[in-house]
Design a protein around this ligand. Structure first.
Ligand code: NAP
Length: 324
């Protein structure tokens, strides 16, 4: 398992796993943060820190700002913590407001700058370590994005930049107009989300046409030393204890294989699931979204775990439900 992340190679001492903060703050509403939501967030962050996690993933939209607000309270209560951790947030998605037909995307300079100001105010920090552009905005003007990022860097508000849910081509287009390198691409990846592997093995085969994952994205990230982060890495518990009622046979078979491997190796099921991602040589950093302290600790049992080539392929073939 690669232990050195691309982020580490750039001198950013990020832990092998990051805590995703989307689950902090309860419902996605405009109600004030409750004492119970604060307590749950505190317990999750404390469990992560105790387990050796030093990187935290946010977005301006998570629980409509409550995740960042709660994290800001935690930072205030722990003087000195801010400089020991790596804080990442995202901008570019606009949640639906009354009268809107849908969520939309916004990479305008005005939106990027005001979003970051909101994030910094909620977190109560003068800077973000990393800002990700959350999802591609079809109306984006790369020069305008470049200008916004330049201003954020010059003001000391953001140290590094990255993207999320972007193809190699989209990254290249933006990079051509941005002075700072994009150092992260956060993508949906797990044994329940296999298109990034299908895109590799499908070349020059019939089903290749059905694959939606943009060809060359993983390769581009590896060539450019861009940290690939996996969101949804626990597949929301699909293979590690959630009810299997109504699930296809391949899901039940994968859950059983994970249970057996966990028993054989004396680790948690979460550790087996994460090790499947972390065995990949790109140095993928899972962004785990659990707020449950026991589950956070269970995830960290992945440390030092090695899957053999056979175990990796057996899990892949079982999860996809058909032979290669
Ligand atoms: N860039 C993007 O577009 C994007 C999109 C989505 C998410 N993200 C980031 O990625 C992080 C992780 O994503 P995620 O939360 O979707 O994925 P995840 O880590 O796969 O799933 C976490 C969720 O699954 C539940 N869960 C895990 N194991 C379970 C089990 N055995 N039984 C029942 N429930 C279980 C957790 O509940 P408990 O909390 O109760 O454990 C939590 O709600 C987010 O926090 C966010 O930071 C990014």
């Amino acid at each position: 398992m690669p232990t050195t992340l691309p982020l580490n190679q750039r001198g950013i001492p990020a832990s092998r796993i990051a805590l995703g903060c989307m689950g902090i703050g309860g419902e996605w509403n405009r109600e004030p943060v409750t004492a119970a939501e604060l307590k749950e967030g505190q317990a999750a962050v404390e469990a992560a820190l105790a387990a050796g996690i030093n990187m935290f993933d946010h977005a301006d939209i998570y629980t409509r700002g409550k995740a960042e607000t709660i994290f800001g309270t935690i930072l205030k209560d722990h003087p000195g913590l801010r400089d020991k951790i790596i804080l990442q947030s995202k901008c570019g998605i606009k949640l639906m407001e009354p009268g809107d037909l849908s969520n939309t995307f916004d990479f305008s300079k005005e939106h990027i700058l005001s979003s970051v100001d909101g994030t910094l105010a909620r977190l109560g920090t003068p800077y973000l370590d990393i800002l990700l552009l959350h999802r591609p905005d079809p109306l984006m003007d790369p020069e305008e994005v470049g200008e916004a990022l330049r201003l954020l860097k010059a003001a000391g508000k953001v140290r590094h930049f990255g993207v999320s849910n972007m193809s190699a081509a989209q990254i290249r287009l933006l990079q051509a107009h941005c002075d700072e390198p994009f150092i992260v691409n956060q993508l949906h990846m797990s044994l329940a989300r296999l298109d990034w592997i299908e895109a590799v093995i499908g070349i020059n085969r019939e089903p290749w046409r059905e694959i939606s994952f943009p060809e060359g994205t993983i390769e581009h990230c590896r060539l450019e030393n861009i940290q690939i982060q996996a969101f949804g890495p626990l597949a929301q518990g699909l293979f590690t204890g959630r009810s299997l009622e109504g699930q296809p046979e391949r899901v039940a078979n994968t859950a059983e294989m994970i249970r057996r491997l966990a028993e054989e190796k004396g680790v948690s099921r979460e550790a087996i699931l994460l090790s499947w991602l972390m065995t990949h040589p790109a140095g993928i950093q899972p962004v785990i979204g659990t707020v449950n302290p026991q589950r956070i600790a269970a995830c960290m049992e992945v440390e030092g775990l090695e899957l053999s080539r056979k175990e990796w392929y057996d899990l892949f073939v079982t999860a996809r439900g058909r032979f290669i």
